[in-house]
Design a binder for this molecule. Structure first.
Ligand code: 6PG
Length: 243
């Protein structure tokens, strides 16, 4: 249906409908292949309408055959409203029926400490991915993009080269809470499908700028998203596209 790198644009409501349908098609394809569907979801405000739509239509989605993973997380307890998992749970997960052991919050809090490298949080998440996800290739990764071109919790100034082949890393955000855990470009670029959702007039300037700049992941982390053999589709609403 899509080229390797493609774009869909529509008014926000229709865009969300389309994205939900594409996630569902990808889920059904994975289940038809006889496996589980591995879906990685971002935080931020952009996906809220999508979460709500998936929640309302939960009965037609193969949730029992789905694993939900996090693209990134703030290093705060999972019960905090600023936690991506908390938001995802409130808007989507608590409305669907799926085995709780198929839900994978990032281990940001271990030994009652938050995101301490030696506690091995990123490594533990990476091991779970390697154990459960075939080839560590998620079927579907949903990303957003920030005003400064960041995606997931990969920011300007994140030492992307230092991640090497790691799938999960601790990073620093310029915005509070600073400490984050994130899938790396290596993990995202292994996915079969990557969707970048961009909505709202406020994103227009950034979208215009991104269309002009050369790919430079250190400056514009989102330009480092290049699935090795999967597809990248940008879902941009008319407000973000046209201003
Ligand atoms: C997060 C993200 C982040 C987000 C962008 C866009 O946890 O905040 O995963 O990369 O997708 O910052 O955020 P908005 O959707 O709020 O504009």
């Amino acid at each position: 249906k899509y080229r390797n790198s493609d774009m869909v644009s529509a008014w926000a409501e229709e865009l969300v409908r389309q994205l939900a349908a594409d996630i569902q098609a990808s889920a059904e394809e994975a289940v038809a292949e006889g496996g589980m569907f591995h879906l990685a979801l971002s935080g931020g405000s952009s996906p809220l309408a999508l979460f709500q739509r998936l929640a309302v239509h939960h009965y037609s989605f193969p949730w029992r055959h789905t694993h939900v993973w996090m693209v990134d997380e703030r290093c705060v307890p999972l019960t905090e409203p600023s936690s991506n998992f908390h938001t995802l749970h409130e808007h989507l997960l608590r409305h669907v029926r799926m085995p709780y052991f198929n839900v994978h919050p990032m281990p940001v809090q271990l030994n009652q400490r938050l995101c301490v490298e030696e506690d091995g949080g990123p490594l533990a998440y990476e091991r779970d991915i390697a154990r459960l996800v075939n080839g560590s290739s998620f079927h579907f990764v949903l990303l957003g993009v920030g005003y400064d071109g960041h995606t997931a919790s990969l920011f300007q100034g994140t030492q992307l080269e230092a991640h090497g082949d790691k799938l999960v890393a601790l990073t620093e955000s310029p915005a509070k809470p600073h400490q984050r855990m994130s899938l790396t470009l290596a993990a995202i670029n292994r996915a079969r499908r990557v969707a970048v959702l961009v909505t709202g007039r406020g994103k227009h300037e950034m979208i215009t700028q991104l269309s002009r700049v050369k790919d430079d992941p250190r400056k514009w982390p989102v330009t480092g998203i290049k699935p090795a053999s999967g597809k990248l589709v940008w879902y941009i609403d008319y407000e973000a596209l046209l201003g």
